[in-house]
Write a protein that binds this ligand. Structure first.
Ligand SMILES: *Cc1c(COP(=O)(O)O)cnc(C)c1O
Length: 424
């Protein structure tokens, strides 16, 4: 079956034909391609097309798809069985690596997804502080957790419906939403309800409404206010963890949260999440403490094998300078093409993450991001795809560069993306 046939039948059996909304290509006005194989920098579709992939499974494929070392690690683990229902040594190895790499991670609990990680971190913060209120930032996405699906960016934003149906109003009322990079709103919030806040949860570099860069001093300000009021600071580093640096944004900025949610890269392409943080707080997680959290497949040996191998490769290769060099090649080409064509553009980049806003910069918050042209993005996406380059299928998602992108891939991608902008 080709992609069109597969999608038609999928739409009958799976809501929207997909198991995660952004995959439907709804915001770029298309129908998705189905992938039958991924290798290195490439996706191979069920239609016989080949794409240079800058979505990278939404982040995990930092070494490219189906990397031989990760595949072999999973194969070795598979020989011993797929799930034990008891602790296994690979879980300890994973905890050691996270403890070593992530500055705040004195203790770690594994989950099966980033959503479970943020959900559990929120419950833990509430259990630890005995408070109910949560503060988040507009456009930051933290998975599909009820309390956090309030102005949640990305998938939610793409479909023009930031608040999900089915989230009780009484729950949403406990979530205060602030604009990112707004020092005044932050201070006002803390002066009014500071003592009631259980946690502030944030993507330190928001990467789910395009990419936003924290302004100088903003993360530090959040840290100071949380400490002063006894609120738990949670960094959601599901994307930025092991991506901006081995220790994520907290290593890059030197700002240490109390808790941190991880996902994507730590699974090496298998379903994994984790939350970690200060011992004093983490000791409240069951069975040690009173905050319940569990998972039949948490710490699964196959997932641990893939994740552990990825983290070992990160330690051995320290890929960040090389990733940054590669991403900058694309960002420069895109920016130059738009300037030559006279199209307003803003292309924020943080190490190997970047996004393209078709508007004048700077883009400081969700409101600015929404002001970028979706119509122009839609055309840009379509001609890039036609040229064999797969970029984020939404103006509110970001692009990822991997170690598998060769100089040849980057040359070809620059050519296609430049041509796509020329044709706008
Ligand atoms: C992807 C993502 C999540 C959710 O992770 P899942 O594994 O999809 O549940 C949470 N937070 C951020 C910042 C993400 O990008």
């Amino acid at each position: 079956m080709n992609s069109d046939e597969l999608f038609s039948e999928s739409q009958i059996l799976i809501p929207g034909g997909v198991n995660s909304p952004v995959r439907a290509f709804g915001n770029v006005g298309g129908r998705p391609f189905f992938t039958k194989r991924a290798q290195g920098s490439r996706l191979y579709s069920c239609d016989g097309s080949e794409y240079i992939d800058f979505v990278c499974s939404w982040g995990p494929a930092i070494f490219g798809h189906n990397h031989p070392r990760i595949r072999k690690a999973v194969e070795r683990a598979l020989e011993n069985g797929t799930s034990f229902g008891t602790p296994c040594p690979a879980e300890l190895e994973m905890a050691r690596l996270i403890n070593k790499l992530v500055p705040c991670a004195e203790m770690v609990r594994m989950t099966n997804s980033g959503t479970e990680a943020t959900m559990s971190a929120i419950r833990l913060a509430r259990g630890y502080t005995g408070r109910d209120r949560i503060v988040k930032f507009a456009g930051c996405y933290h998975g599909h957790v009820d309390s956090l699906l309030v102005k949640a960016g990305s998938g939610a934003m793409t479909f023009g419906n930031p608040d999900s149906a089915g989230v009780p109003k009484s729950l949403a009322e406990l979530t205060t939403v602030l604009p990112f990079n707004d020092f005044g709103a932050l201070e006002k919030c803390f002066s009014e309800i500071g003592e009631e806040i259980a946690a502030v949860i944030m993507e330190p570099y928001p990467a789910n409404m395009g990419l936003l860069l924290p302004e100088k001093g903003f993360l530090k300000k959040v840290r100071e206010l949380c400490s002063a009021c006894g609120a738990v600071l949670i960094f959601d580093e599901v994307i930025t963890g092991f991506r901006l640096a081995a220790g994520g944004a907290q290593e890059l900025t030197g700002i240490k949260p109390d808790l941190c949610a991880l996902g994507k890269i730590i699974g090496g392409g298998l379903p994994v999440g984790a939350f970690c943080g200060r011992r004093e707080i983490m000791e409240n997680v069951s069975p040690l403490g009173k905050v319940y959290q569990a998972g039949t497949l948490s710490g699964n040996p196959l997932a641990m094998a893939a994740g552990v191998e990825s983290l070992k490769m990160i330690i051995e290769e320290n890929p960040y300078a090389e990733l940054e060099r590669k991403a900058e090649i694309l960002v420069s080409a895109i920016t130059l093409a738009a300037k030559e064509k006279g199209i307003p553009i803003c292309v924020p980049r943080a190490n190997s993450l970047f996004s393209v806003f078709f508007r004048e910069g700077p883009v400081r918050n969700a409101e600015d991001a929404i002001g970028a042209s979706s119509q122009v993005y839609k055309k840009y996406f379509a001609s890039a795809l036609a040229g064999g380059v797969y970029i984020a299928p939404s103006p509110f998602e970001i692009c990822f560069v991997s170690m598998a992108h060769s100089n040849g891939d980057l040359d070809k991608a620059c050519e296609v993306l430049t041509e796509s902008i020329r044709k706008l």
